[in-house]
Design a protein around this ligand. Structure first.
Ligand code: AMP
Ligand code: GLY
Length: 418
């Protein structure tokens, strides 16, 4: 089978890597891909949102399966477009992807089907939102309703911060015209529960945890994620069963009842609070960088899973026992301004896996080409060994403009020490 992967980051590199382990795959294309992906797939210069060009490419090349990485492609209607042309594609329709693209849709769905989540109100006027926030305890959680690349959420600890954020979102339309969802503040460790979903069928993946802050000790600004690991010692089998039975399965069922059945990866961003597990957000796709530590642990043939989901057939997921822990190497300055075009050396000395997040080839050289540049994954019998292996590989990579966190997995290590 010929397979096309849409996207060009670390997540897509991990998907390409998993596909390359399948004996059913004859050739992998990736659009647009990156310098690392180019070693395992043929990169095609089509952007993620050019859905008609992607469809025409898939039809002309006889692609048997297309896998969608990023949300922007889903929101652009790539799945609807491929389906209309009779092409097999893995991912939710635009209507089903609203569970990620519209916070209001997601919150209303959760309220209607009694899925545990923070209380909320949605507003499109500044005065109404401000009055509501003034009558509630701080901190206030303010979420711009739309795709804001992780920057649309503000945890306001003072009324002045809340006012400024509401002003940006509702008066100055900094992110575009849209609504704001005001949520109650929840506390506890967060984790990512990704499930393959096909209508009523839900297959859970191994759990992972992302690290959103830029610096060690969870300090500094929010980022797209600075590292991840799997499995998670602080989430019990009981917690996992609860999340599956009270959250993921009811949501899959609710999407059918709402007339937009979900097919693809449903990502639950969950929090283990004092009163139980609650939903922070849903995504309609593989998480990044969680996918880069979860898929290496998948023992089953991923093509079987993608096809079973697309056809609504039964399948089984098997997992390796080893732990995986990954560290992002980011450009200095990220998530603020940063330079591109610095040469990266030593990649051939790495012993584990390196997924490229933002790189570009220049002749035989590999150059930095984004905020998050590389994702180095260590494997081990346990998380401690996986982290040692990942850090050893990070030290083998030579580039003068990268930084990384050294404490990925700290929650798991603190738990193990206790
Ligand atoms: P989201 O884009 O909805 O995942 O929000 C980004 C981050 O903001 C989450 O990963 C949480 O750390 C934090 N956050 C979102 N909603 C809440 C909430 N209701 N209470 C506390 N923290 C939250
Ligand atoms: N790691 C968070 C996300 O993929 O949205």
């Amino acid at each position: 089978m010929k397979v096309l992967v849409i996207g060009g980051g670390g997540r897509e590199h991990a998907i390409v890597d998993a596909l390359s382990r399948s004996p059913q795959v004859e050739k992998i294309y990736c659009a647009p891909g990156n310098a690392g992906i180019a070693r395992q797939a043929e990169c095609v210069a089509i952007r993620e949102t050019e859905v008609e060009r992607l469809r025409d490419f898939a039809a002309e090349r006889g692609i048997g399966l297309t896998v969608v990485g990023p949300e922007v492609a889903l929101a652009a209607g790539v799945v609807d477009c491929f389906r209309a042309a009779g092409l097999r594609i893995f991912g939710p329709t635009k209507a089903a992807a609203r569970i990620e693209s519209s916070k209001e849709f997601a919150k209303r769905l959760m309220a209607k089907y009694a899925i545990p989540t923070a209380g909320f109100r949605a507003f499109n006027d500044y005065a109404g939102a401000l009055a509501y926030v003034q009558g509630r305890p701080l901190p206030a959680v303010l979420k711009y309703d739309g795709l804001a690349a992780g920057k649309g959420v503000v945890i306001a600890r003072t009324m002045a911060e809340a006012e400024a954020a509401l002003r940006d979102m509702l008066l100055d339309d900094k992110f575009g015209e849209g609504k704001v969802v005001v949520e109650d503040y929840l506390e506890g460790p967060e984790f990512s529960f990704m499930c393959f979903v096909s209508g009523h069928k839900v297959w859970p993946m191994a759990l992972a945890q992302d690290h959103k802050r830029a610096y060690d000790g969870d300090e500094g600004p929010n980022t797209g994620g600075m590292g991840a690991y799997s499995p998670l010692p602080f989430v019990t089998a009981e917690d996992e069963r609860y999340a599956l039975e009270k959250i993921m399965q009811p949501v899959a069922d609710a999407m059918i009842a709402e007339g937009c059945p979900f097919e693809g990866v449903l990502y639950g961003g969950l929090m283990k609070t004092a009163r139980g597990i609650e939903v922070i957000e849903f995504n309609a796709r593989f998480g990044d960088p969680e996918t880069e530590v979860v898929l290496p642990r998948l023992k089953s043939d991923i093509v079987d899973i993608f096809c079973a989901v697309a056809e609504g057939r039964d399948t089984q997921l098997e997992w390796h026992d080893f732990a995986a822990l990954g560290i992002v190497l980011a450009s200095k300055g990220y998530p603020g301004d940063y330079e591109k075009g610095h040469e990266i050396k030593g990649l051939d000395r790495v012993e584990g896996a390196v997924y490229h997040m933002g790189t570009r080839a220049d002749g035989g050289r590999i150059l930095t080409n984004g905020g998050r540049v590389l994702f180095v994954v260590g494997k081990g019998r346990d998380l401690a060994e996986a982290r040692r292996n990942a850090l050893a590989d990070v030290a083998r990579i030579d580039c003068d403009n990268l930084f990384h966190r050294t404490d990925i997995g700290h929650r798991a290590f603190d738990d193990l020490e206790r």
